[in-house]
Design a protein around this ligand. Sequence first.
Ligand code: PGA
Length: 252
Amino acid sequence: MRKNIVAGNWKMNKNLQEGIALAKELNEILVADKPNCDVVICTPFIHLASVTPLVDATVIGVGAENCADKVSGAYTGEVSAEMISSTGAKYVILGHSERRAYYHETFEILKEKVKLALANGLTPIFCIGEVLEEREAGKQNEVVYAQLAGSLYDLSAEDFSKIILAYEPVWAIGTGKTATAEQAQEIHAYIRSTIAEKYGKEVAENTSILYGGSCKPSNAKELFANQDVDGGLIGGAALKVADFKGIIDAFK
Ligand code: PGA
């Protein structure tokens, strides 16, 4: 059975003290009122080593927002998957549309990052999704297929099974515009069908596919109620405990 997951993506927000306070507050609330889904917080690199020991690992998993596409060495400013893993973090977001657009991460670069994350025991939360012009041209399925095939479909079935997918239409990220529940279900079902074709029905049925893009307490329940939507990747609403908890409670 696949897992339901609500994952927060803090992006480049919160200094160390603010991040620690946010993680502590969330931890207290979730320890007192256990979630009915897996909860993950993905924080800036600088927070990982402080936040990981602060949270109850049975309630909150911690992850990074990116990792290097190289093992180690002379890559000034980069952070390796092994370094992330050494903080106790268990997840890493890869292929976020902001990384693809602003830092020119290609299918090939992402393929390397995924391999290194897996080799270091991290669970990739791999993001895919189309931009507005592609949606308007009806090309969303083609786009997500190319992203999956370009970076993931060379993996063995065993490795692919370790990946969490996040479908995030770029036009819905941080815009307040959410995909409708029907739009989300339609493309999630398509994504699952392509996994089934590549890796078989069992792997497809066991893959968690999260929705991301202006997800909030008021729309989470309707989105997550869809058969092929297994939770969310949450940006803005993950920065406030009440909002993030409201989304987690969509599974209650
Ligand atoms: P948002 O971001 O919830 O602020 O739209 C989602 C994301 O980029 O992961």
